[in-house]
Write a new protein. Structure first.
Length: 200
């Protein structure tokens, strides 16, 4: 794995999903691992983007979190990318999808990243020329799953940092991991992935 052809995608690195938030999916240990991966991306100039939630209301069956314009929707400072963040939603003009920004898709927990034209175009910009992608964040069976599926559809070698990924339902997560492993998703620790990137 080479830093120059790798993409880091963090999902839901936002206050409400962090320890002390409205729906603290991410525990302190996973939060530290995610922050370490983000710091590594800055250090090695790895392309960086991801997915954010901006819910107007709570999705069915999930606690209220990351409401648009609310403090809990703010990205966690420890996970800041090197480039300025640009949030892409369904109304974002194509001209705003430049690599001069870290692109974050506002597709949230329940929507595929390529379900609407603007987020799909942004994901295509993020993944163009990428051989490997490292995924981490909140909601393995939710937003993380949508990112992994979109990467697999684009034939990007996908690495899931398991100790830097929070789950909602452990049984569902184990079933999903088993399916992904059959599809050659690399499930590893963040330390292993960091070693691979530093060696590359």
């Amino acid at each position: 794995m080479f830093a120059g052809s790798t993409l880091l995608l963090d999902v839901g690195t936002q206050g409400d999903l962090w320890p002390g938030g409205a729906w603290p999916l991410v525990d302190a240990e996973a939060a530290a691992r995610i922050a370490e991966l983000c710091a590594l991306a800055r250090e090695l100039s790895i392309r960086h983007g991801g997915v954010v939630c901006r819910h107007e209301m709570s999705p069915p069956g999930l606690p209220r979190h990351c409401g648009r314009g609310e403090r809990g929707a703010t990205r966690v400072a420890d996970c800041a990318p090197a480039l300025p963040v640009r949030i892409v939603d369904a109304d974002t003009p194509p001209a705003d999808l430049a690599r001069s920004h870290a692109l974050y898709l506002a597709t949230g927990c329940q929507t595929a990243v390529d379900a609407a034209p603007a987020p799909r175009a942004a994901f295509d910009v993020l993944t163009a020329g990428v051989r490997d992608a490292v995924v981490c964040g909140a909601g393995l069976e939710l937003g993380v799953a949508h990112v992994v599926e979109a990467l697999l559809a684009r034939r990007v070698r996908t690495h899931l940092a398991l100790d830097a990924t929070a789950v909602v339902d452990a049984v569902c997560a184990q079933e999903m991991l088993a399916r992904w492993k059959r599809r050659l998703v690399d499930v590893a620790t963040s330390a292993t992935l960091a070693r691979m990137l530093r060696r590359g």
